[in-house]
Design a protein around this ligand. Structure first.
Ligand code: SAM
Length: 231
């Protein structure tokens, strides 16, 4: 694990208790709906297997479970504290929660029908490697669906950057008692690559039919793709 990965892991191990509250505040309550959309687009059927990577407090995994009670849902994260928070939620006993680093998923090739993740890519040290792992564990024809932040542009960037500089550290101090952690969230959000670039990296990893839809004045995005049936 790189130094950057360890730092990110340390941050999420500290903020698990306040994560859901801050996320709801920051997205004005939209995060849950986006996670439901990710689950809907992943479209796992009865008996199929879904892997939710960087599951955090499990919002996407539990949305997928509610959508399809007969699917097998495996949810992984490299923060044990986030996983512990997920395990305490209603319905958590119907999901398999496991420790895994997105750079080295310990699952066999072609073992899942769909892969999802929310706010993973902006946190990892090696995006191509992480996407290659997802491609590897997906069966041919399997779907990947991604929720990410997108860097705001133009005037919105100025306004949001100023707003986040004030609001995030404040929320971090008041709600999470961890100003540094929320400073990192601001920097990683504003500093991330735009959706068109994420889509390009997904195509480069081998995914087909890559598309995306931005949300919330272009500050969030849902992307999708498919492992080709052959190859
Ligand atoms: C912002 S949270 C998102 C949680 C959840 N997906 C959601 O949408 O609410 C990011 C999560 O990614 C996890 N994470 C970051 N880098 C990771 C890695 N290399 N492997 C596994 N999990 C990682 C963190 O531990 C954290 O739980």
């Amino acid at each position: 694990m790189t130094e950057r990965d360890s730092r990110v892991q340390g941050i999420f191990n500290r903020i698990n208790a306040s994560y859901d509250r801050i996320n709801t505040l920051m997205t004005l309550g939209r995060h849950a709906a986006w996670c439901r959309e990710v689950a809907r687009r992943a479209a796992v059927g009865p008996g199929q297997r879904l892997l939710d990577i960087a599951t955090g407090t499990g919002v996407i995994a539990l949305a997928a479970r509610r959508r399809e009670p007969r699917a097998e849902i495996v949810a992984v994260d490299f923060s044990e504290a986030m996983l512990d928070s997920a395990r305490q939620k209603p319905g958590a006993e119907t999901v398999t929660w496991e420790f895994a680093d997105a750079h080295h998923l310990g699952y066999p090739d072609e073992s899942f029908d769909a892969v999802t993740h929310g706010y993973l890519l902006r946190n990892v040290s090696d995006i191509p490697r992480v996407l290659a792992e997802q491609f590897r564990v997906l069966r041919p024809g399997g779907r990947v669906v991604v929720l990410e932040t997108a860097p705001p542009r133009g005037l919105l960037r100025l306004a949001l950057s100023a707003g986040m500089s004030v609001v995030l550290p404040l929320l971090g101090r008041v709600v999470a008692h961890d100003r540094d952690a929320y400073g990192y969230l601001k920097d990683s959000t504003l500093g991330f690559i735009p959706p068109v670039e994420v889509a390009r990296l997904m195509a480069q990893a081998g995914f087909q039919d890559v598309g995306y839809e931005t949300k919330y004045l272009g500050t969030n995005v849902i992307l999708w793709g498919r492992r080709p049936e052959v190859g």
